[in-house]
Design a protein around this ligand. Structure first.
Ligand code: G3H
Ligand code: 13P
Ligand code: ZN
Length: 331
């Protein structure tokens, strides 16, 4: 089957109370690792590319790699999603290339740094919904603002989601999925002390918007074991804590359907590469370290698919096409 729109994948997850991980990619090995994990666990999967990823790889390379992923895994529902789209222009480019889902992060201006007002966020999000739905493409919006700065993106100032504003936002814009700010942030350095998330916001938004799948960004768990491997083999990562799996599972019980994970993949890859190069300094063939990096990443993602409850759900439904979704949106 071709790449599928994200709406149905998340609606089904919300109904059956499991989460679908959205894993960030920049290169072939990451895509292969995700597909290996999805295939072994029979999971629907969201592969996402940030603007940084698109710049690094150029959109076309990623798109063609995803075509290979689809061809090699014809029975799995696979979504290709734009992560943190910054403008209608970026979204248009992604849709023209075949992305089946887009995020417009209207919590920040086009520069990806300056906070916006509610009205600015609603206006740009609505313009993206109007464009994307003409093609059957799913739209994720964001209300509230995440903390943290990743690759120069982010304001560094968090603003937790106001549930009443979330309800108004979804009704005004028509977004299919909504990212909430509940105390997570991007990157490896999320919490110094015990992580505490505002789960009551998830429940309150779910009560107001029972049909809207909710999204948790900044959901890497930053496992100590991965940080330890990096540090054991020459890395210098200070003490840090991520989002515990149990809290993500609690979020899923309360209405979260999409969970964004990037940093844990970065940690897995870096640790594996450091280990090979430290233990075998004579090696210089990239396959000798990219291969183990890919295996380590696949194992981490496989465990997430099990923990989020995604495993075993690949064949639950007949995936809709963009054409099906186009009809639904225009009805
Ligand atoms: O949203 C943040 C993701 O981790 C993407 O990060 O912009 O460095 O690719 P990036
Ligand atoms: P992490 O940095 O916690 O992996 O979050 C990724 C993310 O939210 C991508 O949009
Ligand atoms: Zn994010």
């Amino acid at each position: 089957m071709p790449l599928v729109p994200m709406k149905q994948v998340l609606d089904e997850a919300l109904k059956a109370r499991y989460g679908v991980g959205a894993y960030n990619v920049n290169n072939m090995e990451q895509i292969q690792a995700i597909m290996q994990a999805a295939s072994q666990t029979q999971s629907p999967v969201i592969v996402q590319a940030s603007r940084g990823a698109l710049k690094y790889s150029s959109m076309l390379y990623l798109k063609k790699l995803m075509e290979a992923a689809v061809e090699l895994n014809p029975t799995l529902p696979i979504v290709l999603h734009l992560d943190h789209g910054n403008s209608l222009a970026t979204v248009k480019e992604a849709i023209a290339l075949g992305f089946t889902s887009v995020m417009i992060d209207g919590s920040l201006k086009e520069d990806g740094k300056t906070p916006t007002t509610y009205a600015e966020n609603a206006a740009v999000t609505k313009s993206v919904v109007d464009h994307a739905h003409q093609f059957g493409v799913t739209v994720e919006g964001e209300i509230g603002r995440l903390g943290g700065i990743e690759d120069g993106v982010g304001s560094g100032k968090a603003l937790l989601t106001d549930p009443a504003e979330a309800e108004k936002f979804v009704k005004e814009t028509g977004v299919d999925a909504l990212a909430l700010a509940i105390g997570t942030s991007h990157g490896a350095y999320k919490f110094k002390a015990e992580p505490k998330l505002a789960m009551d916001i998830v429940s309150e938004v779910r009560k107001r918007l029972p049909k809207t799948p909710l999204v948790m960004h900044g959901s890497s768990s930053v496992p100590q074991a991965l940080v330890d491997i990096i540090n054991k083999f020459g890395g210098k990562m200070p003490d840090t804590k991520g989002v515990p799996i149990a809290q993500i599972q609690e979020g899923i019980r309360r209405g979260v359907a999409k969970i964004n994970v990037d940093t844990d993949g970065r940690l897995a890859i870096t640790g594996a590469i450091r280990k090979v190069l430290a233990e075998s300094p004579e090696k210089f063939d990239p396959r000798d370290y990219l291969g183990p990096a890919r295996e380590t990443l696949a194992a981490v993602i496989k465990q997430r698919m099990i923990d989020f409850g995604t495993a075993g759900h690949a064949a639950d439904y007949k995936p809709a096409s963009l054409a099906n979704m186009k009809k639904i949106y225009s009805a």
